[in-house]
Design a protein around this ligand. Structure first.
Ligand SMILES: Cc1ncc(COP(=O)(O)O)c(C=O)c1O
Length: 325
């Protein structure tokens, strides 16, 4: 990736003149089966650009109470766009019940905001990396479209969802009107995400990216890493999933540790140990060179990715054993 970045041909992307950015955007759109793509700085910016491009002030976006967009993005669409989140409960499998979505769609009445968009998350971060299926996503898209709404997918880890289910990523986004996915995270690029959708939608999204300060000039150096991510880093995600399962199986044997189910590359585990809170265990692991994240209520998140090998997992389990017993 570093070599590709160093060699990248660049131009001014704000004028559409960076050949490497253009190549990445075209490649990403083709992979996801959409007309056009847009390189953005981050998953947060991709979701924000998408919501601002679908909606106007006074519109509502239906999203899950545990979604990343609601919890970890400062609800930017409300702050900057006057767009209100309409929250429905996320189920344990990351879905929103169709009945709940239906009930959250406001009637056309002067008292209410205008329901404009549904946003799904695949894979679901706070639900342990669980994936949504093509059939479920299709059902939500059908519901959205039958009621005149659009569907956005926060697919920060959509390729993990595809690899885990053994389906083409296009199956997971077929009737979505927009998708954000991250080149960083599991795909291992240092920075960047891509938004894909129709040519018209991406034209609006490009304006939104600019007003948010996301026009990046010679961004080909970033896009070059993204091209390597899409060509070389997708299939190997299966290795991360295997490693996460191996970690969970080992942790299940440890005193005071209860792992949650593993679906992809994310593992949450509960700490209920006489000597450690979750935060103390995070600190003790960090001192041994193992990075995890304590998230409150005794829960820790571990994520597997490129550069973490099966040997690293075995070593982590030895360190955990040493600390906990
Ligand atoms: C599901 C999901 N969406 C969006 C994001 C935001 O991505 P970024 O950190 O690149 O802004 C994340 C980050 O963890 C995420 O897990």
């Amino acid at each position: 990736m570093r070599e590709a970045m160093a060699r990248a041909r660049v131009g001014d992307d704000v004028f559409g003149e960076d050949p490497t950015v253009n190549q990445l955007e075209t490649m990403a759109a083709a992979m996801l089966g959409k007309e056009a793509g847009l390189l953005v700085t981050s998953g947060t910016q991709g979701n924000l650009v998408s919501l601002l491009s679908h909606c106007h002030r006074g519109d509502e976006v239906i999203m899950g109470h545990d979604s990343h967009t609601y919890n970890y993005e400062q609800v930017g669409s409300a702050v900057l766009g006057g767009i209100a989140p309409r929250i429905v409960p996320n189920q344990a499998d990351g879905t929103l019940r169709l009945d709940d979505i239906e009930a959250a769609i406001m009637p056309d009445n002067v008292h209410f905001g205008t329901s404009r968009l549904i946003s799904l998350e695949n894979t679901h971060n706070r639900r342990g990396g669980v994936y949504l299926t093509p059939a479920y996503t299709q059902a939500v898209a059908d519901l959205a479209h039958s009621r005149g709404l659009k569907l956005h997918i926060d697919g920060a880890r959509i390729f993990n969802a595809a690899v885990a289910q053994g389906v083409d990523v296009q199956e997971l986004v077929k009737d979505a009107d927009s998708v954000t996915f991250c080149l960083s995270k599991g795909l291992s690029a240092p920075v960047g995400s891509v938004v894909v959708g129709s040519a018209d939608f991406i034209k609006r999204a490009r304006r939104m990216r600019k007003v948010l300060g996301g026009g990046m000039r010679q961004a080909g150096v970033i896009a070059a890493a993204g091209i390597v991510a899409l060509t070389e880093m997708v299939d190997r995600l299966a290795e991360d999933h295997t490693n996460a399962r191996m970690l969970a199986a080992g942790l299940a044997q440890m005193p005071g540790i209860t792992p949650e189910p593993v679906y992809t590359n994310i593992l949450y585990f509960q700490v209920d140990h006489p000597r450690y809170t979750a935060q103390e265990l995070q600190d003790a692991l960090a001192a041994q060179g193992v990075g995890v994240l304590a998230l409150g209520l005794g829960r820790i998140r571990a994520v597997t990715h490129y550069g973490i090998t099966a040997d690293d997992i075995a070593e982590t389990l030895e360190i955990m054993q040493m600390l906990l017993s």
